[in-house]
Design a protein around this ligand. Structure first.
Ligand code: SAM
Length: 279
């Protein structure tokens, strides 16, 4: 799922123009993000020398959520991380245009977060509409796999939280199972975040998919006692998390990135049902 490059958009030019908001050597900041990113501008002089906490927006996309959240929370440093250069360019542009001193945009693979944050350095991780990677062969790329969740445990501070939002019921169910395997405790859960907890920052995908009829499934979890004998589970397809019989499924909204697969499975079930009737 790659963002499309618009016409007349020269990526290198954009990255250079908004370079002030981008950190290309994030490993050098591990353990000192909050101090090192404290802005040397007059309005911050004397107000302390460090942000109070570090918040990670993992897979920040074009940075809509991180800019809104950071503007409302000036004492936290927001690290907006994404692996897609086009997203980095857009996110950095939004940060520069909004003149936010508490956001830094980092081009990095989320699978390697432990290289850029010290143990216990992060107070909250946001996973907004992570790419679902529904196929079994791509399962290792999911940002909510148990192996990833075990890695997040290393960088999360005591009492820190992980917040997930997704339009995908299968990804949501998969993630709940993976959280349990990785020893997380659920603090809250919603199957319709926008109705149950209105307000607050919203992400680009959240708005786009909600306009298409998506309900936002969301949860907040915190690491509980570490599992004594963690074994990485076998990779699973997200199709395994669909209802047994898809013939009666409500088709008014199909999760982003899974529509074709779901329709294929449903047609297969319908064919089987018809054959069964004839037999
Ligand atoms: C569906 S978009 C959601 C973007 C944004 N969070 C939102 O809610 O609008 C998923 C984002 O995750 C990023 N992503 C996927 N795999 C990643 C990885 N391994 N490391 C960092 N970012 C990743 C993609 O580049 C993309 O920007």
């Amino acid at each position: 799922m790659h963002a499309r490059t618009p016409k007349n958009f020269v990526l290198e030019e954009r990255l250079e123009r908004y370079a002030d908001a981008i950190e290309l050597c994030p490993r050098a900041y591990a353990g000192r993000w909050a101090e090192a990113c404290w802005p040397l501008v007059p309005e911050h002089a004397g107000a302390g020398a460090s942000f109070e906490r570090v918040v990670l927006d993992l897979g920040c996309g074009k940075g809509v959520f991180v800019c809104e959240a950071a503007a409302a929370d000036p004492t936290s440093l927001y690290v907006a991380l994404d692996a897609e250069p086009l997203c980095i360019a857009y996110a950095a542009q939004h940060v520069c245009e909004a003149q936010l001193p508490n956001v830094v945009v980092v081009p990095w693979d989320g699978a390697r977060v432990t290289e850029v944050f010290a143990p216990g350095e992060v107070s909250r991780i946001h996973l907004n509409f992570p790419t679902p990677f529904p196929r079994k062969k791509e399962a290792h790329k999911r940002m909510t796999s148990a192996a990833q969740l075990m890695a997040y445990r290393q960088i999360l501070a005591p009492g820190a939280t992980l917040e997930l939002r997704t339009d995908s019921e299968p990804l949501f169910a998969f993630t709940r199972a993976q959280l349990e395997l990785a020893g997380y405790e659920l603090l809250w859960l919603s199957d319709d975040l926008r109705a149950e907890r209105p307000g607050g920052a919203g992400s680009e995908y959240e708005r786009k998919l909600a306009a298409q009829g998506a309900k936002v499934h969301a949860l907040c979890a915190t690491p509980g006692p570490a599992p004594a004998d963690f074994v990485e589970p076998a990779p699973e397809s997200l199709m395994d998390y669909l209802p047994e019989d898809l013939t009666t499924m409500d088709l008014s909204y199909l999760p982003h990135g899974m529509a074709a697969g779901i329709l294929n499975f449903r047609n297969r079930d319908l064919r089987r049902a018809r054959k069964g009737q004839r037999g």
